[in-house]
Ligand binder design. Structure first.
Ligand SMILES: *[C@@H]1O[C@H](CO)[C@@H](O)[C@H](O)[C@H]1NC(C)=O
Ligand SMILES: [Ca+2]
Length: 179
């Protein structure tokens, strides 16, 4: 009699321990997948992760100035590529998309009265100095007489950076917003 109770008691303990083990395992799995969600993709639609950033590539032709304003209107900014890795990752993406459109980005020359200019990445009202110049050969070639204060990935030379006038119809292009 007493022996049976002891057996039942031991059985109950074993079942309880197994349940705890299963529960703990499941809890850990949920925790890990939540963590992966956070690190793998935190971009919210329609923005997509490309390299380290969340971008929206828009295939609608506008001027460089309009591109700045349109990203701001969306609560975003014209894409900044502070590192060469970011720029080259996007360049490859555009080459693969192969739309034939140029794409404006958020680099801007804030002083065309000095040689080469003073190029900055502009984001939410703040400006960051360029730390690299990945323009195509002979670029940037704007000056105070023919300013080219905007820049885009130029489709005609496999998406290398060119400086271009900010409001010139023949060079309207798509644009890339970042969030
Ligand atoms: C950014 O560039 C400007 C002009 O070349 C320079 O005067 C300024 O010190 C630079 N700022 C930083 C934070 O490096
Ligand atoms: Ca140019």
């Amino acid at each position: 009699m007493c022996y049976t109770y002891v057996l039942l008691f031991i059985n109950a303990i074993v079942v309880a321990l197994m349940a705890m083990y299963v529960y703990e395992n499941e809890r850990r799995k949920v925790e890990i997948s939540a963590k992966q969600d956070r690190t793998v993709d935190t971009c919210t639609s329609p923005y997509e992760r490309i390299g380290d950033g969340c971008y929206l590539i828009i295939n609608y032709k506008v001027s460089g100035d309009a591109a700045f304003a349109l990203c701001t209107e969306r609560g975003a900014y014209l894409a900044n590529f502070e590192t060469l890795e970011e720029a080259m990752t996007m360049k490859l993406k555009l080459q693969r998309m192969n739309t034939g459109l140029h794409y404006y980005v958020g680099g801007r020359n804030i002083n065309h009265y000095i040689p080469i200019g003073d190029w900055r990445w502009i984001k939410n009202g703040k400006m960051h100095n360029f730390t690299y110049y990945a323009f195509d050969a002979g670029q940037p070639n704007g000056n105070s007489k023919l300013p080219q204060d905007c820049m885009f990935f130029y489709a005609a030379v496999s998406y290398k950076f060119h400086d271009v006038p900010c409001d010139f119809k023949d060079l309207f292009g798509g644009y890339i917003c970042e969030q």
